[in-house]
Design a protein around this ligand. Structure first.
Ligand SMILES: [Fe+2]
Ligand SMILES: [Fe+2]
Ligand SMILES: [Fe+2]
Length: 407
């Protein structure tokens, strides 16, 4: 079946799970914020589309956080002086992504105190929506350490009391009032368990007439997530975008049709989405990785595969993206697939990935000259790992491909 449209609800839910992986052992933050914010919005009597869009804003609110260290700081205290940065970054990413650009302004202010927001020239509707995200976000910081035990059922009145003391200062009084009312029952907190959250999100998706995203919108969404992934490290700036560009061009050199080219591009943009789970301490490590660090690093392409399978059910995108570390002789990872099992598109993305990475500086080496890169890639063909035909196309137009690879 041909991929034409993807359900927006499912796409945002799944891709936000990838964002939540930045939390490493704390991986449902975005979803909990989303569900709490929507519950408060519903109680405030907001129209259905507003409640739905606050749900999506909740799931995406931390798209400016790519680094595990930043995530930790944001969840360590109620107010962190460095919090503004990820709000600006996230708003910037979203404003460039047409299908989600309407969420940009509220993400921009989701760590701004209410008393400060009132002084800023911000639309009152955005003000309240941003502050609702802030409230749900901070409630989650208070509840997260208690969620693995039944302690939350004992401690929740203290959380409500704490939030009440911040009414008018950090949070809008009307939001605090509604929160205090609806959170004063066990059910509010028990609904935060991972299985129940997933179930509730699925049910919401079933009950609404979800908008469908066509290929142009999917490309924008893929670009947004590629930027989040590439922001993990100063060494990988634009890596995914450039891999996508190179892969698309290589596929075009093979005479692939436009429909497939778009899918190659999306696969290229998202091939490293599984890296969101890998600590930047490993990605930026200047020396050799320990066996354990290598194992953590190596799981990223499998995570990519599983994440994309849930978004692009009827498409080859998960395979083309998830197989980018496979080799023709079957000594890659994570499936150890070999020659005949690798589509042309898989081979193309594998070549594009290595070529771009070699053209970029890495913590353990400098950038390399084009001649050196071509030599390196050719040796991988000789070793039977990369596809000779794909590399031949690249070599035939090497200068052009090198320009696509470097910023
Ligand atoms: Fe957050
Ligand atoms: Fe990779
Ligand atoms: Fe990559």
């Amino acid at each position: 079946m041909k991929l034409q449209h993807v359900d927006v609800h499912n796409a945002i839910t799944v891709l936000s799970s990838a964002l939540d992986l930045v939390g490493v052992d704390e991986v449902m933050h975005g979803k909990r914020v989303a569900v709490m914010a929507r519950a408060i919005a519903m109680h405030l009597g907001w129209p259905e589309p507003e409640c739905l869009s606050i749900l999506y804003a909740g799931m995406l609110h931390d798209c400016g956080v790519s680094k595990i260290h930043e995530h930790r700081q944001l969840t360590a205290t109620l107010e962190w002086e460095g919090a503004e940065e990820h709000c600006i970054r996230g708003a910037d990413f979203l404003s460039d992504c047409q299908p989600l650009s309407h969420l940009s302004a509220e993400i921009r202010y989701h760590h701004t105190r209410w008393e400060r927001l009132l002084e800023l020239p911000v639309d009152p509707r955005i003000r309240l929506r941003a502050n609702l995200l802030f409230l749900a976000d901070r409630v989650d910081v208070l509840q997260a350490p208690l969620l693995n035990s039944s302690m939350i059922l004992i401690e929740y009145p203290a959380i409500i009391a704490r939030i009440k003391t911040l009414s008018g200062l950090l949070f809008a009084p009307e939001l605090v009032d509604v929160f205090s009312e609806i959170a004063d029952v066990e059910a509010f907190w028990l609904a935060m368990e991972p299985d129940y959250l997933d179930e509730d999100l699925r049910r919401i998706g079933r009950d609404i007439q979800a908008a469908m995203l066509g290929i142009p919108a999917l490309k924008e969404l893929a670009r947004l997530f590629s930027r989040v992934v590439d922001a993990k490290s100063p060494y990988t700036v634009e890596h995914s975008q450039r891999v996508a560009l190179i892969a698309r061009q290589l596929a075009a050199d093979f005479g692939v049709d436009d429909y497939t080219l778009d899918q190659v591009e999306i696969a290229g943009l998202l091939h490293d989405i599984g890296k969101l789970r890998v600590s930047e301490d490993i990605i930026d490590k200047p020396g050799m990785l320990t066996p354990e660090e290598r194992a953590i690093m190596h799981r990223h392409s499998y995570d990519t595969f599983r994440i994309l399978q849930r978004v692009f059910e009827d498409s080859k995108i998960p395979v083309w993206a998830g197989f980018h570390h496979e080799t023709l002789i079957g000594d890659g990872y994570p499936f150890k697939n070999a020659n005949q099992e690798l589509d042309l598109e898989c081979r193309i993305i594998a070549v594009a990935d290595i070529f771009q990475a070699l053209a970029q500086e890495r913590p353990y080496r400098h950038t390399m000259t084009l001649a050196y890169i071509l030599n390196d890639i050719q040796s991988r063909v000789t070793a039977g790992r990369l596809d000779g035909d794909v590399v031949a196309k690249l070599t035939a137009n090497a200068e052009h491909y090198y320009r696509l690879a470097v910023a």
